[in-house]
Ligand binder design. Structure first.
Ligand code: PBG
Length: 331
């Protein structure tokens, strides 16, 4: 060792941008990104989402313009959420062959066949109480009844040509149930991206306005989503979904659960997705609007934290911004 301080050797790696790039241990690429999009059945023009600056509920007619923008930025994957014209007790609009998501999938697959399309498979935008499942007449959570509906939704998405079904409700048994339904209907090639590890999180707050559930949903999802204290239980959930046939396991929210993502990376051979949720987006937007930090640096640091923890896919409302930064080489 010829340096006086051992740190000097480490600092040699960091002297210039070119050296930092050469020795980068973790790399982010545009192919890692998946952009969530909200399509609203009854809007004639797109509307800004009040809780998430820069994100819109898209009208069906604006979908093409938005997708073109994504494709031009090099983004290769989207996750579709639908807001139906009509909510109901049994969420019938969710599995309508001409429902808003089914139409969006068909449109994307015919106009932008290069995109990987995931679609949210959940009831909360479609039920009149905003819950992710249905209840029996005497007010009990109806898990089996909910599975029956999820199965219909999944089949209708697969029929429309979706690449990945994304069951986001943490409904017991949903991955196995959906896998079986897909296989029996000839959709063996349709993938399941499971929200295997989903915490009951305050960070979903801004999403309610995006999904159109802000006025109907009250209560919480603690009985089927994980409590923030749970590590082993979270890993156990991931094991169950792997055994039920999940193709991708998701951790949601990614921040502040990067420890779980990292532990799952150590244990699992499956691809992992990290969902950088609405609350994280809104928080960063609010702080940068106040001039408290530089938005681009904060966003890229956040993206890198998810990659470092082991994410293969990053689902983020920042996808367009990140793709732009990467394209301009501004990192
Ligand atoms: C519900 C669903 C939620 C999100 C995606 N799907 C909310 C919830 O579980 O309460 C949140 C996404 C976000 O906050 O960005 N199926």
């Amino acid at each position: 060792m010829n340096s006086k301080y051992p740190q000097t050797r480490l600092q040699r790696y960091r002297r210039t941008p070119a050296r930092r790039a050469l020795f980068s241990e973790t790399n982010l690429q545009v192919a890692d990104l998946m952009m969530p999009i909200f399509v609203h059945e009854s809007l004639s023009e797109s509307q800004p989402i009040s809780s998430m600056p820069g994100i819109f509920q898209l009208s069906v007619s604006d979908l093409g313009r938005e997708l073109q923008e994504l494709v031009d930025l090099g983004i290769g994957a989207v996750m579709v959420f639908g807001i139906p014209a009509q909510k109901s007790r049994l969420a019938e609009a969710a599995f309508d062959e001409n429902g808003v998501v089914q139409r969006a999938i068909r449109f994307i697959k015919s106009s932008f066949p290069q995109l990987v399309v995931a679609a949210d498979c959940c009831l909360c935008e479609y039920t009149d109480n905003g819950h992710c499942g249905i209840f029996t007449d005497d007010g009990q959570w109806d898990n089996d009844g909910t599975l029956q509906i999820l199965e219909k939704i999944a089949r209708s998405y697969a029929k429309a040509g979706v690449d990945m079904i994304a069951p986001s409700g943490m409904i017991d048994g949903c991955v196995g149930h959906i896998r079986q339904a897909l296989d029996q209907s000839g959709f063996q090639q349709t993938m399941i991206m499971s929200y295997a590890v989903k915490f009951a999180s305050a960070f979903y707050g801004p999403f309610r306005f995006a999904a159109g559930t802000q006025d109907v949903f009250c209560g919480d999802r603690h009985h089927h989503q994980l409590a923030p204290s749970q590590i082993r239980e979270a890993l156990h959930e991931a094991d169950l979904d792997r055994d039920e046939g999940a193709d991708v396991l998701m951790v949601k929210p990614a921040f502040p659960y990067l420890d779980i993502l990292s532990q799952l990376r150590e244990r699992s051979q499956l691809p992992l997705a990290a969902y950088c949720v609405s609350g994280t987006y809104a928080m960063i937007k609010a702080a940068s609007e106040k001039g408290l930090f530089d938005e681009q640096s904060a966003v890229m640091e956040l993206m890198m934290s998810m990659k470092r923890a082991g994410a293969n896919i990053i689902v983020s409302y920042f996808a367009k911004d990140v793709a732009g930064y990467l394209k301009e080489g501004r990192i």
